[in-house]
Design a protein around this ligand. Structure first.
Ligand SMILES: O=C(CO)[C@H](O)[C@H](O)COP(=O)(O)O
Length: 234
């Protein structure tokens, strides 16, 4: 079950560089996770702006500290002015699937407590409908029961393995990730609520209607998702 697309490097570069223009000195900025966010952070580090960063993963925190950012916890800052994060898939209505990097729990928390959440993707991530697997972070204790409940919802779940070591992947929060296949997701909002209702689910990677804007990078430059959707409908 493939949960992540490699994406286009040129698309990631242009959108990661462009989103820096939204950042102003004095802001608390949510730093998402992934390679597109990596471009954003490297670009931001080279600019003359003074921000506080709230990181959504250990991976991002290590990078942010290496780049010299002032990194603080969400609890210590209370709220975030602007969250910037990537995604694995975006539909034309701006609904997202995230969690290819297993960071979706913290990513969703930071996005939820942000005044503005801007998603940055390359154009290979945009589709008319969501159909990639939805990653679900699960408390290990409840794994088998959650898998059963996913089956009751019409999905199929596979425990994500680590790749580098034997056994399951363990998230930054000490939990497992189950990648779930629900086929084409016609009602993301409804599925999001249904998955959230399963006891033992810590958080899932469906982000329906959460992004205030989606910026899409390609070899032609950067466009807002709504422009692309407008063109498709013509
Ligand atoms: O959700 C995520 C991590 O949990 C990432 O934002 C998503 O996987 C996109 O990553 P990349 O920018 O490397 O394609």
């Amino acid at each position: 079950m493939s949960v992540k697309r490699d994406g286009s490097d040129v698309g990631k570069e242009v959108v990661g560089e462009r989103v820096v223009e939204l950042v102003e000195s004095g802001m608390v900025v949510g730093f998402g996770t992934g390679s597109t966010v990596g471009v954003f952070l490297r670009e931001l580090a080279g600019r003359d702006v003074d921000v506080v960063g709230v990181c959504t993963s250990f991976d991002t925190e290590l990078l942010a500290r290496r780049l010299g950012f002032d990194v603080r916890s969400l609890s210590s800052v209370g709220s975030v002015d602007l969250a910037v994060d990537g995604a694995d898939q975006v539909d034309f209505d701006g609904n997202l699937i995230k969690g290819g990097g297993a960071a979706h729990f913290r990513e969703k928390v930071v996005a939820s407590f942000s005044d503005r959440f801007v998603c940055i993707v390359d154009d290979t991530k945009v589709d008319s409908e969501l159909d990639l697997p939805v990653p679900i972070e699960v408390a290990p204790f409840a794994l088998e029961n959650v898998l059963g409940e996913i089956g009751c919802l019409g999905g199929e779940g596979v425990l994500r393995s680590c790749g580098e070591k034997d056994g399951p992947l363990v998230t930054d929060n000490g939990n497992f990730v189950v990648d779930t296949d629900f086929g084409r997701i016609q009602k993301p909002e409804r599925l999001s609520k249904e998955i959230s209702c399963i006891t033992g689910v810590v958080e899932h990677g469906l982000f329906p209607g959460m992004a205030d804007s989606v910026l899409v990078g390609s070899s032609d430059g950067v466009r807002e998702l709504r422009e692309i959707k407008g063109n498709e409908e013509r």
